[in-house]
Design a protein around this ligand. Structure first.
Ligand SMILES: [Zn+2]
Length: 84
């Protein structure tokens, strides 16, 4: 699986990145199967909404998931996978 790392506070090797992901999954922020965001990491809200869909010939290629409570972007889905 391709994972785009955009979080500046990320650990800098694969092993700790994996345990970082496992921790996020355990705390309910990420879906175990596809790493889709389930909760806002800014305010812990589950009131999320997908916006800004962009389409190419094959269909939807990217969209963003925003938090309706604090108004911040939670994550972006790009060509089949979530940025982490
Ligand atoms: Zn929020």
């Amino acid at each position: 699986m391709k994972i785009n790392v955009v979080n500046n506070s990320k650990p800098n090797n694969n092993e700790s990145f994996e345990s970082y992901l496992n921790e996020q999954i355990k705390q309910g922020y990420l879906d175990e199967k596809d790493l889709a965001p389930l909760k806002c990491h800014h305010c812990d809200s589950e009131n999320l909404e997908d916006k800004n869909f962009s389409y190419e010939n094959l269909g939807c290629v990217s969209y963003e998931r925003w938090c309706n409570d604090c108004g911040k972007r939670v994550n972006t889905w790009d060509y089949g996978c979530w940025s982490v």
